[in-house]
Design a protein around this ligand. Structure first.
Ligand SMILES: Cc1ncc(COP(=O)(O)O)c(C=O)c1O
Length: 436
């Protein structure tokens, strides 16, 4: 397939470039025609395996029949009525989110249309509930691109260039990245505890008074920043810090949630309960839906304080209910099992390729980090980009993240044989890129 893009894709991309905003961060020239499960076809009839799932969105695979049927049935009834009124699909979804929320307390949900809007709602709720205005975010984070969320986003300068001033009152701490740590730990100290100590001693001690901090916003596994899993000591120490100063712990589970790690929420792997969860992406298998799920005692804002026209859109909610049903019955287990299988296979590939410095992740949220050399762990940015392009030419859709990482984030429905097929292409692409 080295003649990509084909003639139809080339023509479409040409038209696209004359009418679509140039700000979209397009990678290689994949022009979609249709998809089924983990497979997708481009407009020229070429077949690909999709290990990116529309940036970790199509949780149940492309156009799962149960999701398609739920959408069709709802569309026949009504498409929209607005969040000023009531309907059962919306309530049913909120009841389901209450059931799967990662805390004991009852939950209330606020529905949005995207990840960034969920983060925006979480920021506003935290300010409103605590009466405080400050926040802590993390370097490498990605929380979206609207003005509040993008202030916390700290993975690439391009997200901020040309947009200052951003939201006031946000300070970034280093994300607990044990592969490339930037802080020095004390003897015997878990690196996660080092980061929490930095927040308390350096940020609270010298910059922002903790009694003015409304919330700490964090991805339980960092996504766009490089699929980074924090060490086990981090979240318990962070929760303790939040409790000590009356700060809300806000988990951005937009990418890591909805079963991607084999549990509903990635934070469940670390044994602590957040106060607010931001969700989107996999929540409705590709229909534009997001939500914040908060403890009832935290979602205290009054009527009119926050709202939106499309909130609780019935078609998106119907798709979400079908998605949650499939994840609950089949794909939570599949994500854990096939995720472990894929990670083991990737570690075998790593053993054959010194250019791979790390394979990490939980469930089907796996990062493969390419390095210039094992000792310095310097990010091999260009090699990573070449591999992504060469994999595309061989029929595999991959996405990069961080400086030098390739993410493996296929639909949660992926089978072991599809993993085998995809990883064979992946290794061929690595071989070809290393030769180049
Ligand atoms: C963790 C996280 N939060 C928020 C967002 C923003 O979501 P959206 O692009 O739907 O606004 C993303 C998107 O990649 C994300 O990964």
């Amino acid at each position: 397939m080295s003649n990509l893009p084909g003639p139809k894709a080339r023509a479409l991309i040409e038209r696209d470039s004359s009418v679509i905003s140039p700000s979209y961060p397009r990678g290689y020239p994949f022009a979609m025609d249709h998809g089924k499960g983990t497979e997708v076809w481009d407009v020229d009839g070429n077949r690909f395996l999709d290990f990116a799932a529309g940036i970790a969105v199509v949780a149940t695979g492309h156009s799962h029949p149960q999701v398609v049927k739920a959408i069709q049935d709802q569309v026949e009834k009504f498409i929209h009525i607005s969040s000023d009124f009531y309907h059962s699909t919306w309530v049913e979804l909120a009841e389901k989110l209450n059931e799967i929320a990662p805390f004991e307390e009852d939950a209330l949900s606020f529905m949005t249309n995207s990840g960034t809007e969920s983060v925006e709602a979480a920021i506003k709720l935290a300010r409103h509930h605590t009466g405080r205005s400050g926040f802590i975010g993390f370097t490498g984070a990605f929380h979206g691109r609207t003005m509040g969320a993008v202030t916390f986003t700290a993975s690439k300068p391009v997200y901020h260039r040309g947009f200052y001033p951003l939201m006031n009152g946000v300070i970034h701490a280093p994300y607990p990245n044990t592969f490339r740590p930037v802080l020095a730990s004390r003897a015997g100290e878990d690196y996660g505890e080092t980061v929490v100590r930095y927040i308390e001693e350096e940020i609270f001690g010298h910059i922002m008074p903790p009694d003015e901090v409304a919330g700490i916003l964090i991805e339980p596994i960092q996504g766009e920043g490089g699929y980074i899993v924090p060490p086990q000591g981090f979240f318990p120490a962070l929760r303790e810090l939040c409790d000590k100063y009356g700060i809300l712990l806000i988990a951005d589970e937009v990418q890591s949630g909805m079963g991607r790690t084999g549990k509903w929420w990635a934070i469940e792997h670390f044994g602590v309960e957040p106060d607010i969860v931001a969700a989107a992406k996999g929540i409705a298998s590709g229909m534009p839906l997001g939500a914040i799920i908060a403890r009832k005692s935290v979602m205290t804002w009054p009527k009119g304080a926050h709202g939106n026209t499309y909130g609780g859109n019935p078609v998106a909610c119907a798709a979400s209910l079908a998605t949650i049903d499939l994840i609950e019955k089949e794909y939570l287990r599949n994500a854990a099992e096939v995720g472990e299988y894929a990670q083991n296979a990737l570690k075998e590939i790593m053993a054959r390729h010194p250019s791979i410095g790390d394979v990490r992740g939980i469930g089907l949220m796996i990062g493969v980090d390419f390095v210039e050399d094992a000792e310095s762990r310097a990010p091999a940015h260009d090699l990573r980009d070449r591999i992504v392009d060469l994999a595309f030419e061989r029929g595999l859709l991959l996405l990069g993240c961080g400086d030098s990482v390739i993410r493996v984030a296929p639909p949660l429905s992926i089978s072991k044989s599809e993993v085998d097929e995809g990883l064979k292409i992946f290794e061929d692409a690595i071989n070809a890129a290393e030769r180049a």
